[in-house]
Every structure is written in structure tokens, then in C-alpha cells.
Design a protein around this ligand. Structure first.
Ligand code: SF4
Length: 68
């Protein structure tokens, strides 16, 4: 079940933590298609689509996704 999006919370990608050399595994686990990756670059998050479910935080082995 998806969480209700809370105000003043968002998920951020810390680009420095992402090695930017592989397809982001979190992309396919995001239930709303909010994660966008161009090539192997650090992904970005479409805040309008993100529902704060936290799946991407669990999937990234580098901890590049963080609560902001
Ligand atoms: S928190 Fe959930 S909805 Fe938001 S980007 Fe991460 S996986 Fe997608």
C-alpha cells in the first residue's frame, strides 16, 4: 500500500554517491515512474509523481536516495 504524500518531505538523489556507471536499479521498483535516468547518469525524481513510498531508498546500494 502506498503512503500518502506528506507535505514538506521529499526524496533527493545525492549525485556524489552515485557512481553513474550502471542502470539505476531503483527505476524499475518505483511504483509511479517518478525516477528518471538519462544514460547512466545520476537519476532525478519527479516530485509530482513521487508518493514517498521509500522503495528507492531501500534499493540503492550506495545510499544515493535520501529523505530531504
Ligand atoms: S519514494 Fe517511491 S515513488 Fe518516490 S521516487 Fe522513490 S520509489 Fe518512486
Amino acid at each position: 500500500m502506498l503512503k500518502i504524500k506528506e507535505k514538506n518531505m521529499s526524496i533527493a538523489v545525492v549525485a556524489q554517491r552515485c557512481p553513474q556507471n550502471h542502470p539505476c536499479p531503483s527505476v524499475s521498483y518505483c511504483p509511479t515512474g517518478a525516477i528518471i535516468q538519462q544514460g547512466f547518469g545520476a537519476p532525478t525524481i519527479d516530485e509530482e509523481k513521487c508518493v514517498q513510498c521509500g522503495r528507492c531508498l531501500q534499493m540503492c546500494p550506495y545510499g544515493a536516495f535520501q529523505n530531504a
